[in-house]
Design a binder for this molecule. Structure first.
Ligand SMILES: Nc1ncnc2c1ncn2[C@@H]1O[C@H](COP(=O)(O)OP(=O)(O)O)[C@@H](O)[C@H]1O
Ligand code: SF4
Ligand SMILES: [Mg+2]
Length: 444
């Protein structure tokens, strides 16, 4: 199957008063559909910058010097800008970054989303949790909300019984075609969120499913919901818009309850009525993950999502990330901690000074690292190292003036003459593993 995401030769620089920082240096990376890719490296290696560049949230003082970000048939999301005169670079670069932000508005939050380290920074302290989850669906996918409410008002008890029979005896695809024939597509996620609650007895789940058929709505509500589906302009007029938003957000809160319950949040009906400060750190991070997942994005980028949490809560969130695969999203999980990635990732990419230096299956990276930097990084992880723990010797490079050739050469115990002169390229080593080091080919 084709890759969901491909980053090709991405180079990004930050312009500051102290100089130009070359933060991404020819990044090459691909992400398969449905996989969790871990991204590791010391602090300052460019992990967050890469995550933000993929989702198009690039700081205004950045220049994308070259490269492509290819995402799920959208073509290149980034247009690079190369100028010889640095004054022009900043000005034109800013214009391009603004264009980029605008272009990606309809993709961000819908097809790709991001979870940051501090959940409080992503939540509005003044709004209820349910509203905050509902609003992202309202903004990107109002039709889905209208379809959900209309489908409940349309479906009969008899049809619900037939649906329950299908769930018990047949493939999911048969349910999908049944719903589509009857024009009840809006019921699909509501049905599945109940049916997948295997902690409830079958009798209870059946009762909950049957109660979906009680969704009577007023004639006015029906008119508005149908108008949303048909994209009638009249419902964008200020006087009707407020009413439209009210009924769609109410439906969004219903979806929020389903999402939180799927994410293992106890008492989701109560949680949607709460404000962020009333929740624990772990619970807040689940809410942020729920917001990131609300529109079933194809890609979720998680930047150190567990670093601000204490250990037991961290374990809960990691369990949750493992379960996220059931939502059909691919995940880039950024962490400076390889022991965290060992738990959740299918593959791991190691970043050093803005380049990927090794990438492979998690098992390959953890049990038989090849690149000297990966070896050093692993030796510095207390829980993964059976030997004495060693910090990585030497300083992280100054990205204004990075070392020539292999950026790791000043710290590498195996450095050779060629390492100072040329930059090694990622080269396939064994199976799916690629390494950028002259000890292992590193061509050129
Ligand atoms: N907007 C910015 N302007 C200038 N430098 C920045 C900016 N954002 C990040 N940097 C620098 O880029 C480097 C990489 O940062 P970052 O991507 O946050 O690394 P990581 O997430 O791996 O810790 C750091 O040296 C950081 O100081
Ligand atoms: S290319 Fe050379 S300096 Fe770089 S990691 Fe390999 S051996 Fe060390
Ligand atoms: Mg970071």
């Amino acid at each position: 199957m084709s890759n969901l995401l491909e980053v090709k030769n991405l180079r990004l620089e930050f312009y500051t008063r102290r100089g130009v920082y070359k933060v991404l240096n020819d990044v090459k990376l691909s992400l398969k559909r449905g996989e969790v890719l871990g991204l590791a490296g010391e602090s300052g290696s460019g992990k967050s910058t890469l995550g933000l560049a993929i989702i198009g949230l690039v700081a205004e003082n950045a220049i994308i010097v070259s490269g492509e970000v290819l995402f799920d048939g959208h073509g290149n999301l980034i247009k690079s800008a190369i100028w010889s005169d640095s004054k022009f670079k900043i000005k034109k670069g800013r214009k391009l970054i603004k264009q980029l932000h605008k272009q990606l508005l309809h993709i961000r939050g819908k097809e790709m989303s991001m979870v940051f380290q501090d959940p409080m920074s992503s939540l509005n302290p003044l709004l209820k949790i349910g509203y905050q989850i509902a609003e992202v669906v309202y903004y990107h996918n109002p039709k889905l909300l209208a379809q959900r409410a209309l489908a409940r008002s349309k479906v009969t008890k008899q049809e619900m019984r037939e649906i329950i029979d299908l769930l018990k005896t047949s493939e999911e695809s048969n349910l999908v075609s049944y719903l589509s024939q009857k024009g009840l597509d809006g019921l699909y996620e509501q049905i599945m969120s109940i049916w997948q609650r295997t902690n409830l007895s079958e009798v209870k789940r059946e009762r909950m499913l049957l109660s979906l058929a009680n969704g009577g709505i007023s004639a006015l509500e029906k008119l508005v919901l149908e108008g949303v589906i048909k994209e009638r302009k009249i419902f964008d007029l200020p006087i009707v818009r407020r009413y439209k938003k009210k009924i769609l957000v109410k439906e969004g809160v219903r979806k929020a309850v389903e999402l939180l319950s799927q994410l293992g949040v106890p008492h989701p009906e109560k949680v949607v009525e709460m404000y962020p400060h009333e929740l624990s750190g772990g619970m807040r991070q689940r809410v942020v993950i729920a917001i990131a997942l609300a529109n079933n994005p194809k890609l979720v980028i998680m930047d150190e999502p567990t670093s601000a949490l204490d250990v037991t809560i961290q374990a809960q969130v990691l369990e949750l990330v493992k379960r996220l695969k059931n939502f059909g999203s691919s995940i880039i999980f950024i962490s400076h901690d390889l022991s965290v990635l060992a738990e959740v990732a299918d593959r791991i990419a190691i970043m050093y000074a803005g380049s990927i230096v090794e990438v492979g299956e998690t098992e390959q990276i953890i049990n038989s690292p090849k690149h000297p930097y990966t070896v050093a990084l692993l030796a510095a992880v207390p829980t993964l190292s059976d030997k004495e723990i060693k910090g990585i010797e030497g300083e992280t490079p100054d990205l204004r003036n990075p070392p020539s050739g292999c950026a790791f050469h000043p710290r590498c115990p195996f450095a050779m003459e060629i390492c100072r002169l040329k930059k090694p390229e990622l080269t396939v080593l064994d199976g799916n593993r690629e390494v950028a080091c002259f000890l292992f080919g590193g061509k050129k």
